[in-house]
Design a protein around this ligand. Sequence first.
Ligand code: CTP
Ligand code: CA
Length: 223
Amino acid sequence: RRLAPAPQSLTGRHILVTAGPTHEPIDPVRFLGNRSSGKQGFAIAEALVALGARVTLVAGPVSLPTPAGVSRIDVQTAREMAAAAEGALPADAAVMVAAVADWRVEPAAGKIKKGAGAPPALALVENPDILATIGHAARRPRLVVGFAAETDTVVENARAKLARKGADWIVANDVSGDVMGGETNAIHIVTAAGVDSWPQLPKAAVATRLAERIAAALSGESL
Ligand code: CTP
Ligand code: CA
């Protein structure tokens, strides 16, 4: 019987993972946010620990248990996530799975009441791009991995993000179907060298394969 080669170890490596959505308050009872269960990011953190990594998981608001052995930092907003992620450096790799809210508003101190005239207008302000900040940081991890949820021209959009964000890989996910909150993912890993498309797999299997690929990249000379 022939066995698959044993995966490379991540012992001694520190890896930063962001996961889940961010919530940007509108007032004390309302927020702007993205759809994200956090399942894929948490599964990746767990798979990295299983290969021996020390993992810092910066998590937005999700209802998931902390995987054993993972150091978790809970945050609400994109700016809190940015501060926690930058504070976790240095790291050997960063895997940015979070669905960060692209905009925030200046929150109202009290609850906004309806019916007192026209509906309130939300003045949106762009949030910091955490992946781009880390991808261009002085203390840039050797391997920087972004995710991209796309509904159209998935690989082309991922290629553009690779360059713009200073990432080594973009893991592109076609979310035009029913992926958000689901148990499986079909992904394309877009790198400068090309595109690696994986079949639809359970999120745990995506996590294991990705952790093995990260371990191989950190062990090898090239990414
Ligand atoms: N990302 C981030 N900080 C942000 C926005 C995105 O770190 N403020 C990261 C995500 O965690 C992901 C990658 O960037 O790893 C791509 O996110 P995505 O939303 O697809 O990219 P955007 O640049 O925000 O583009 P758009 O939403 O317009 O497609
Ligand atoms: Ca976005």
